[in-house]
Design a protein around this ligand. Structure first.
Ligand code: 5GP
Ligand code: ZN
Length: 112
């Protein structure tokens, strides 16, 4: 299987990692859309939010705990946005579940 984020998780493709544990990895987005923009991904390959199930969903809860911790560490005390794009119509370009964390200043309220 040819998956960019699986390769980043394995360290085969370099990334600027800010956090890693047994379940997930966080790294800075290569094309930041905000002063702080990082991605948090499960180590196990899940293609998109549409493939979250009762069985694999514990990692999603874990990722949200990690996001809260990293947001504090990154100084995002005035707020931040968590974004997930699911499939083509939402503009998902990498088919490995990932949560964008954007912050570091006021964000536009545009939703689409
Ligand atoms: P999506 O559009 O699928 O929601 O988000 C994919 C994100 O991955 C984009 O924001 C894009 O900039 C980022 N990205 C794509 N390729 C790479 C890469 O090789 N390294 C890093 N760090 N980010 C990447
Ligand atoms: Zn993958």
């Amino acid at each position: 299987m040819d998956c960019l984020f699986c390769e980043i998780v394995k360290g085969n493709i370099p990334s600027k990692k800010l956090y890693e544990d047994e379940q997930c990895v966080a790294f800075y987005d290569i094309n930041p859309m905000a002063p702080v923009h990082f991605l948090v991904v499960p180590k196990a390959h899940i293609a998109c939010a549409d493939e979250i199930t009762q069985e694999n969903s514990p990692v999603v809860a874990h990722i949200f705990c990690v996001i809260a911790k990293l947001a504090k560490e990154q100084g995002l005390c005035d707020g931040y946005r968590i974004v997930n794009n699911c499939k083509e119509n939402a503009g998902q370009t990498v088919r490995h579940l990932h949560f964008h964390v954007l912050g570091g200043g006021p964000l536009s309220l545009q939703m689409a």
